[in-house]
Design a protein around this ligand. Structure first.
Ligand code: SF4
Length: 288
């Protein structure tokens, strides 16, 4: 663990990352890319020690409510959070100031804070977004080895739904020649329908590879799927966007299943749903 003092905590889009680096071990992780400057230290978590105080100060100066979003670069519910509880304290700050929250995670540790998430949702809005990539549990353990499996994440989605907290599922990344099958998409969609998720994102069904995450991913392919690296190099070269030959068909299939089941589909549509506070919730109430 490396401690740093941050100068600011929210981006102009109200995104927040209280940790840098991640220990969930997903073999395809884009956050390992060199452009983020953490290639050698990715599992040595950087902790912004003043994150909670900084968030408190920042929100106290705001005149307009918004949804504070976290988890785009680092899962806020990494194992270290169990002991540090910075995410929990940030949610307490968000709740106290009457702001909304959106949390992206793969971890069942999010259930620890379910009461807080409910309170935020009652006051403003709270959405939990979970990534599901792989219906097959054994394959999931290979691709995402140190975090709750897809089955467990589905149980978490159901718990959240029972608690009245809206959820969104990200089906991304989908890895060519590994989990780019109709059975996989249908299996994940069956979980989404059962757990009554509100929105679904696919980003076109594919993955990204660039300097840093490509080397790590290829080393894992050699370890887990011997011979597949050659197929990737032959098919995709140095492409950043990597899509399977099945991407368009799988994306259409996911869209159709969503439309049939009343699930919001598409990047813009889901992002709008996550970010929008109702007009009654957007102005700051001094008595809240
Ligand atoms: S949970 Fe997200 S940030 Fe963490 S290793 Fe997996 S893909 Fe990377």
């Amino acid at each position: 663990m490396r401690k740093v003092t941050a100068k600011s905590i929210l981006s102009s889009e109200n995104n927040m990352n209280i940790y840098r680096g991640c220990t969930h071990g997903c073999i395809y992780c884009d956050s390992r890319s060199e452009c983020y400057g953490m290639t050698d230290t990715f599992e040595d978590i950087e902790v912004k020690v003043n994150a909670v105080a900084l968030l408190d100060r920042t929100l106290s100066k705001r005149r307009k409510r918004a949804v504070i979003k976290t988890g785009s670069m680092t899962d806020p519910y990494i194992p270290l959070e169990k002991e540090l509880r910075h995410m929990k304290q940030c949610l307490e700050v968000i709740e106290r100031h009457g702001f909304g929250a959106s949390v992206i995670t793969k971890s069942d540790l999010v259930l620890r804070d379910i009461d807080l998430l409910q309170k935020i949702n009652r006051k403003a809005k709270c959405v939990v977004q979970m990534t599901l990539t792989t219906f097959d549990e054994d394959l999931c353990k290979k691709l995402e080895p140190k975090v709750a499996t897809t089955r467990r994440r589905f149980e978490v989605l159901k718990e959240l739904q029972k608690a009245g907290i809206p959820t969104v599922v990200w089906i991304t990344p989908i890895l060519p020649f590994i989990n780019d099958s109709t059975e996989n998409i249908e299996g994940i969609l069956s979980y989404c329908i059962d757990a009554k998720v509100r929105g679904l994102l696919t980003f076109g069904i594919g993955m990204t590879l660039r300097q840093g995450n490509r080397e790590y991913f290829y080393s894992k392919l050699d370890e887990l799927f011997p011979g597949l690296k050659r197929e990737y190099i032959r098919t995709f070269g140095l492409s950043y966007i990597v899509r399977s030959p099945n991407s368009e068909r799988l994306d259409r299939h996911a869209r159709r299943l969503c439309e049939e089941n009343g699930i919001i589909f598409g990047t813009k549509e889901v992002f709008d749903f996550v970010s929008e506070l109702g007009p009654e919730n957007s102005q700051l109430c001094l008595w809240a």
